[in-house]
Design a protein around this ligand. Structure first.
Ligand SMILES: *Cc1c(COP(=O)(O)O)cnc(C)c1O
Length: 360
């Protein structure tokens, strides 16, 4: 068996030990005589999985007691509508920071439901930086303030959170979920699609401060109302059972390696290896403002489009797959999420150095 180093932005790599464990348990989960894919979500054996996963989230992220962890479906993109439906029902105003494509999509969706303001945007710089924020522009009576914490496509991330005072801060953390410790108490809600760092696709996890639940617009679809999900332990309807099981295995793996502090250390080391190489390379460069560099998604370009193409092709042949940049920006992107081993990044850097020598 030969496995590639997969640098995909999502779905992405899962820890090999997790995949092995899932394989071992595939046909007969803990003596139940069935796989997790086949069992009733109302069974005791499944309850242990979903509640176990929830508990592990609380433990690893040190989630305060007044927050609820919800297992949802529809991907991060469905939350672009669910967020305004659930929370933009007081002053009906909300502030958005446009730092990339996903926050722009979230903003466009929210515009359908109220008075939504762009407090800052880095579109002019092709989203190669996090825009500067000026507190004077924030709406004091906004129902919430929205950011995308890590910009998957552009390889940027907020290194400092905006100070929004009493206005709840809501963040899309799809591509930074579980990559480092995070002070959940600074947020009204964080959420993310699982397929980057948490589990296979199909699961979306939201962590919401309890007092924000119960204020949804009246026309909010039942399935998009976070209160429905909170009151039914995320099992108002059939949850994405298999993804939640895989999520639990990933969380157990995270715990064995030392939790989020250890994960951050590994991730920072991996990213540094790649950025250090890029910074001294004569062929490749990273287009992002250094202060705002993502630890999860590293974007880079060579001296031209033809060479970019050649690089992606040769890299793939050598077992480094999915390095092509997002179709909207071009160039290359190496997504080095939690499950990408340090050896994978080291091998990529070595490959890039060889490529540079060969083609300069
Ligand atoms: C991948 C991604 C999304 C979209 O997620 P879906 O689950 O495909 O809807 C949204 N936001 C961010 C930051 C992402 O990385």
């Amino acid at each position: 068996m030969s496995r590639v180093y997969n640098f995909s932005a999502g779905p992405s790599m899962l820890p090999e030990s997790v995949l092995n464990r899932a394989a071992e348990e595939m046909l007969d989960y803990k003596g139940s005589g069935q796989s997790v894919m086949e069992m009733s979500h109302r069974s005791k054996v499944y309850e242990d999985i979903i509640f176990g996963a929830r508990e592990l989230f609380c433990e690893l992220m040190e989630i305060p007691d007044n927050y609820r962890v919800l297992f949802l479906q529809g991907g991060a993109s469905t939350q672009f509508a669910a967020v305004p439906l659930n929370f933009m029902n007081g002053s009906k105003k909300a502030d958005y920071v446009l730092s990339g494509q996903f926050s722009t999509k979230a903003y466009q969706e929210a515009k359908m439901y109220g008075d939504v303001r762009v407090v800052a945007s880095s579109k002019e710089d092709n989203f190669s930086r996090i825009p500067d924020l000026n507190k004077e522009n924030f709406t004091p009576d906004a129902d919430y303030f929205y950011i995308c914490h890590n910009n998957t496509i552009y390889g940027t991330r907020f290194s400092e959170l905006p100070d929004t005072g009493d206005v709840p801060l809501i963040a899309d953390i799809s591509s930074s979920f579980l990559s480092e410790p995070m002070d959940v108490s600074k947020f009204g809600m964080v959420y993310g699609g699982a397929q980057k760092n948490v589990a296979p696709a199909g699961l979306t996890v939201a962590i919401i401060r309890e007092d924000l639940l119960g204020n949804a617009r009246e026309d909010t679809p039942t399935m998009l109302n976070y209160k429905t999900m909170a009151e039914n332990d995320s099992m108002y309807n059939t949850p994405p059972c298999w993804s939640i099981y895989m999520c639990k295995l990933v969380l157990e793996w995270l715990k064995t390696i030392g939790g989020l502090p250890a994960m951050r250390e590994r991730n920072v080391r991996k990213a540094k290896l790649l950025y250090d190489y890029l910074d001294q390379s004569a062929m490749f460069k990273n287009p992002v403002l250094p202060r705002d560099r993502s630890v999860m998604n590293v974007t880079f370009v060579s001296s031209g489009e033809e060479l970019d193409k050649k690089f992606v092709k040769e890299a793939e042949a050598a077992g480094f797959v999915n390095l092509k940049g997002h179709r909207s920006v071009g160039g290359m992107r190496a997504s080095i999420y939690n499950a990408m081993p340090a050896e994978g990044v080291a091998a990529l850097v070595e490959f890039m150095a060889d490529f540079e020598k060969k083609h300069s």
